[in-house]
Design a protein around this ligand. Structure first.
Ligand code: AMX
Length: 430
């Protein structure tokens, strides 16, 4: 099987032709209509973006290139990146070549550590992570080549080059941030014999006698890789990239969105919720105690973190994959048992309350408890892990968009007065 770059080079002319034909033959076909509620409601359900790397089916969950995420749980994140970019899983030869490529690019420039060390110790780990990515923009091949007059047909190659340089370095940067944030000392050296995910686990420097933490980190990186194109981080990255800002700018921007409490930061908040339950009841509560606790949280105007989703309407299959892992590895762990009880109680309460369209757990409802089990107890770090993984999807989307010559994002905004006037005219006409 071809190596990643060669595979993309083989596919891209056909993909370009497909888009050209679609625009030429069906450019004025109507595929969606837009309601006032959608415009005022965060564009929910509005079809205005193309994303071929993954699709979220409200009733089935995430499909990566047509494969349900549950069926990919055993894959290495490197395999997932190849799949995201090309639509095919690599064979062992293509995988080895990709892993070697990443390995060659893994050295972190000294200035990245200098910048991180200059930041206040109490900076949020996501601020450190996004800053590290942004400062590496100095080395962007995309920006340099663009300034030299790079041809449009070559944009994807430069985007791929920047993406690989960035992705190769993220585990060491993220693990170094963990060491600093958790006051554990200087970064742990990478082990060149390990795969991308296992090396990240190794550099976190936590005890892992059975290799279960490495398995969890790989699973985490695989499950969080992508979630179609309209979520805050993907959409932000897409929009910034559409201005031909290079991948460092675009991914860093996307990750700033991931840092929001309604998006990636939810896993931090979720663990806080579980810890709050444990503290309040000095361990695993009874179902009745938990019911009262959850109702009180809702009555005080809080959301139950880890529950609900803008698109999904089922238990997130990524939650299920983590749950299976937890049952195998730490079924008796107190935090895991609390997560399990919350899963048994909260959906019925949210249904009773009747506000959330999706009362089921999303991936964040469980991931933190598993990390906690392995001693990764600094929960404000969790979104960084999420970010390392989501960078896979953001980079894949950028590479494809540069290959297809996707134009700059520029939807039309309208004023509230325009909506009022237009709705009035529609009513009169009816
Ligand atoms: N607890 C309590 N209320 C909830 C709720 C929850 N878990 N989920 C939704 N609701 C409420 C909303 O706050 C909203 O209330 P309002 O009408 O008073 O504003 C109402 O239900 C309708 O919301 P929705 O249409 O079902 O959800 P949404 O698409 O607007 O938002 C999400 C989706 C995820 C932000 C929301 O479900 C939420 O806040 N969940 C908790 C935070 C969370 O788990 N975020 C992680 C998302 C996944 C990710 O990106 N990592």
């Amino acid at each position: 099987m071809l190596a990643l770059k060669e595979k993309l080079a083989q596919q891209i002319p056909g993909l370009r032709e497909e888009v050209r034909q679609l625009t030429k033959r069906h450019g004025d076909a109507v595929i969606s209509e837009v309601t006032v509620a959608q415009v005022l409601g965060g564009m929910r359900g509005m079809k205005g973006l193309v994303c071929d790397t993954s699709v979220v089916d409200p009733d089935k969950g995430l499909y990566v290139r047509g494969i349900p995420i549950g069926e990919l749980a055993h894959c290495l994140p490197e395999e997932i990146f190849y799949l995201l970019c090309t639509g095919e899983l690599p064979d062992s030869e293509a995988l080895a070549s990709f892993q070697q490529d990443l390995r060659k690019r893994a050295q972190i420039p000294a200035y990245v550590w200098e910048v991180l060390l200059a930041m206040p110790m109490d900076s949020h780990p996501m601020t450190m992570f996004n800053t590290a990515i942004l400062v590496m923009e100095r080395d962007s091949v995309f920006r340099r080549r663009y300034a030299q007059g790079m041809r449009k047909e070559e944009f994807w190659e430069a985007a791929l080059e920047d993406s690989l340089q960035m992705l190769a370095k993220l585990p060491a940067i993220a693990a170094g941030i963990y060491q600093r944030h958790a006051h554990k000392g200087s970064p742990v050296a990478s082990d060149p014999g390990l795969d991308w995910g296992a090396d990240y686990a190794h550099m976190l420097g936590l005890p892992d006698p059975e290799g279960d933490l490495a398995r969890l980190i790989r699973l985490y990186l695989t499950l969080h890789c992508d979630h179609e194109g309209g979520n805050v981080s993907a959409f932000t990255c897409h929009t910034v990239g559409s201005a031909l800002s290079d991948p460092y700018y675009a991914v860093s921007a996307g990750l700033n969105g991931l840092a929001g409490p309604l998006h990636g930061l939810a896993n931090q908040e979720c663990l806080q919720f579980v810890l709050g339950v444990r503290e309040r009841f000095d361990g695993v509560p009874t179902d009745e105690q938990l019911r009262e606790y959850a109702w009180n949280a809702l009555k005080e105007g809080h959301v139950i973190p880890g529950y609900g989703h803008a698109v999904l309407r089922i238990t997130d299959p990524r939650f299920t994959a983590f749950h299976q892992f937890g049952e195998q590895v730490c079924a008796q762990d107190e935090m895991f048992r609390i997560v399990d009880r919350v899963f048994a109680i909260v959906p019925e309460i949210l249904r009773e309350q009747g506000k959330a369209k999706d009362p089921w757990p999303n991936v964040d409802a469980i991931s933190g408890a598993l990390l906690y089990h392995f001693g990764l107890t600094q929960f404000d770090y969790y979104t960084v892990l999420f970010g390392v993984s989501r960078a896979l999807g953001m980079c894949a989307q950028l590479i494809i968009n540069r290959a297809l010559g996707t134009p700059i994002t520029r939807p039309k905004s309208v004023s509230t007065d325009w909506i009022k006037a237009t709705v009035g005219q529609t009513r009169q006409a009816a």
